[in-house]
Design a protein around this ligand. Structure first.
Ligand SMILES: Cc1cc2nc3c(=O)[nH]c(=O)nc-3n(C[C@H](O)[C@H](O)[C@H](O)COP(=O)(O)OP(=O)(O)OC[C@H]3O[C@@H](n4cnc5c(N)ncnc54)[C@H](O)[C@@H]3O)c2cc1C
Length: 405
């Protein structure tokens, strides 16, 4: 099937990838509607993609060549040990970690730069709702206008308005804990001396009731350090986490900042507490963790991709890879289809179950690494390995599932 008009709501990782896929597959017109006005490339978060998934996605064209990535090979699990170990704590387990890390803004820039010519990217275009029947789909914009397309893709993240039309019964469910996230220029580490931290190694600091993942990422001005700390928030009942929300950089409450400081003092090996302490408040933010499964990813002429379709807790390190896989499956379904209906059915068949299985795996990882943490300090290598296999529950690894040819 060739031709047709497509609107993609949301211009982040999933949005850019799906827009490219539609253009490559032969759409006449592809419009990306992104509500933000600012420079998306400035979003400085880190994320990782499994090497196996990255190779598959590079082969399909969904992950363009030339995007800066930092190679990671090992993951060290560390506990505070005030008796025997030094300031960097005690490594109680080490495992392979075949991933590359990315800077969100540089990844986005690479995906955006690779969108073929028919793609029109409109910023400041907030979509307030979508509607459609089996023949057309309509997008309503905040400024009061409506536009009709042959297909509307919801790539508008975990608070998707397109999902409200596809699957109104599905809403993100708060997992009961949050993450503090931050990143800073890696040159700041020089102030701390050598903490015994090889550049290719990820450190997971483990404590009762949470864990923190720390790794290097590339950055526009040189390498950066990125960290994500998962734990319960202060139990004051004043934080509105049941509704999807977040505390962006510079707007983290004093209560959340104080809570983080107390956690670092009490639970972290001193070196790693100092590492986290190198982060500017302006580069620190707090995000509640959510799960979201959808019973379907398509309805009428509407289709969901990326976090709009499924939100997997970040412990699985799979969200970006999954969004790019959605784009690959979409392009593949389009190329094989003779009608819109065939395209939508093939996409649902390819992507429906994959998301739900990853949500379940990430829930087990969240339970093991935050909600019901084991006595990590007492574990030997064999016990740690068996604890990890229990979380995987038969899955081959974290980082997402291999794409079936
Ligand atoms: C703490 C944390 C760590 C993570 N770490 C990793 C990792 O290591 N590896 C990994 O693969 N993934 C990771 N992820 C997940 C990953 O970031 C996402 O799964 C991935 O970026 C896909 O996002 P998306 O494009 O679907 O949605 P989003 O990035 O949320 O983008 C949605 C876009 O839609 C726009 N939008 C929303 N509503 C509207 C509207 N109404 N109208 C117009 N535009 C709209 C938004 O402005 C935004 O640009 C992590 C997530 C978290 C929270």
């Amino acid at each position: 099937m060739r031709g047709g008009t497509v609107a993609v709501v949301g211009g982040s990782i999933a949005g850019c990838a799906l827009a490219s896929a539609a253009a490559r597959a032969g759409a006449d017109e592809v419009v990306v509607l992104e509500r933000t006005h600012g420079r998306l490339a400035d979003r400085g978060l880190g994320l990782c993609i499994h090497d196996g998934r990255a190779a598959e996605l590079a082969a399909t064209g969904a992950l363009p060549a030339g995007i800066a990535a930092h190679r990671l090979t090992r993951r060290r699990w560390v506990v505070r040990d005030d008796t025997a170990a030094g300031p960097a704590g005690r490594v109680f387990w080490e495992q392979p970690f075949p991933f590359h890390s990315y800077h969100w803004g540089l990844l986005w820039r690479g995906l955006r730069g690779a969108t073929p010519a028919p793609v029109v990217y409109r910023q400041g275009a907030a979509v307030t709702g979508v509607a459609g029947d089996g023949e057309r789909a309509e997008v309503r914009l905040a400024r009061g206008t409506a536009e009709a397309f042959d297909l509307v893709v919801g790539a508008d993240g975990y608070r998707s308005v397109v999902r409200e039309a596809v699957c109104p019964e599905s809403r993100p469910a708060y997992a009961g804990y949050v993450c503090w996230r931050g990143n800073f220029d890696a040159r700041r580490l020089e102030a701390l001396g050598d903490g015994g931290w090889p550049a290719e190694s990820v450190t997971t600091v483990c404590f009762s009731g949470g864990s923190c993942v720390i790794y290097r990422i590339p950055g526009p001005d040189g390498p950066r350090v990125n960290w994500v700390l998962y734990a319960m928030p202060p139990q004051t009942g004043r934080l509105p986490f049941d509704d999807p929300t977040s505390f962006p950089p510079g707007r983290v409450t004093e209560e959340l900042t104080t809570h983080l400081g107390a956690l670092l003092d009490r639970e972290f090996p001193p070196y790693w507490a100092q590492v986290i302490g190198l982060t500017e408040p302006a580069d620190t933010f707090v995000q509640p963790i959510y799960d979201l499964e959808t019973a379907r990813t398509t309805a009428g002429r509407l289709l969901l991709a990326g976090d709009a379709a499924t939100v997997v807790r970040p412990h699985n390190t799979s969200g970006a890879a999954k969004a790019l896989q959605d784009a690959t499956a979409f392009e593949d379904a389009w190329r094989r289809a003779d009608t819109w209906d065939e395209l939508l059915r093939a996409y649902q068949a390819a992507r429906g179950a994959a998301g739900r299985e990853m949500v379940a795996l990430a829930r087990r990882l969240g339970r093991g690494q935050v909600e019901q943490t084991p006595a990590w300090a007492a574990m030997n290598h064999r016990e740690a390995e068996s604890w990890w296999q229990g979380q995987l529950g038969g899955a081959a690894d974290i980082g997402g599932q291999a794409m079936t040819p």
